[in-house]
Design a binder for this molecule. Structure first.
Ligand code: IMP
Ligand code: MG
Length: 190
């Protein structure tokens, strides 16, 4: 991929998934969801802000049936390393009782975020609840998370693009790439 698509970001390492590869996989998941939920009258895609936005808005257009979208915003209590304590910053608006909910996140790392939100949602009596993640860092799991729909499994590298960020940068890249830690450190001091 040419360096022009790095925009002004100068910390991009290796491109893991191109826009074409992502599109193909998102289309596949969209079809899967459509096939499994075609009889549902109350399908809700519930995205976790902000990382899931790009994935979710592409995915919803591949699910060719009536559906509703909603969002929640959650954060880990401290630092970049997940602490296991997840705070709800803003809650969804829909009363999910009786809805078929698909919880969508950008990436599963330790699994604490998805697991905490999943438990909270189950207490709110959805008709069904499934989990959809664009990426999964399998080696990093510290808790079992049932991922029903997955984009790609990746190794333990920090990635940006297609909604994912490093300190809020990189979300608008059209591909998913690793961050070059050395270049990133240098770019912070510019
Ligand atoms: P978990 O609770 O450890 O599973 O953390 C998941 C959250 O950490 C994701 O929703 C992301 O916001 C963030 N995260 C984990 N790994 C990465 C990465 O490689 N790039 C960007 N964000 C990440
Ligand atoms: Mg996130």
């Amino acid at each position: 991929m040419s360096s022009e698509t790095n925009f002004p970001y100068d910390f991009i390492g290796k491109v893991l998934f191109t826009p074409e590869e992502i599109e193909k996989r998102v289309t596949f998941i969209g079809n899967q969801i459509h096939n499994e939920y075609r009889d549902s009258e109350k399908l809700l895609l519930l995205g976790l802000l902000r990382g899931s936005v790009v994935f979710m808005t592409d995915l919803m257009r591949k699910v060719q049936m009536p559906l509703t979208m909603d969002f929640m915003s959650v954060s880990s209590y401290s630092g970049s390393e997940s602490s296991g304590f997840v705070r709800i910053d803003s809650d969804h608006k829909t009363n999910i009782s009786g809805w078929d909910v698909i919880l969508i996140d950008d990436i599963v790392d330790t699994g604490f975020t998805i697991n905490t939100v999943r438990k909270l949602l189950l207490d709110r009596n959805p008709r069904s609840l499934k989990i959809c993640a664009l990426l999964d860092k399998v080696e990093r799991h510290r808790i079992d998370v049932p991922i029903d729909y997955l984009g790609f499994a990746i190794p333990d590298v920090f990635v940006v693009g297609y909604g994912l960020d490093i300190d809020e940068k990189g979300r608008n890249l059209p591909y998913i790439a690793s961050v070059d830690a050395k270049k990133y450190e240098k770019s912070k001091h510019k």
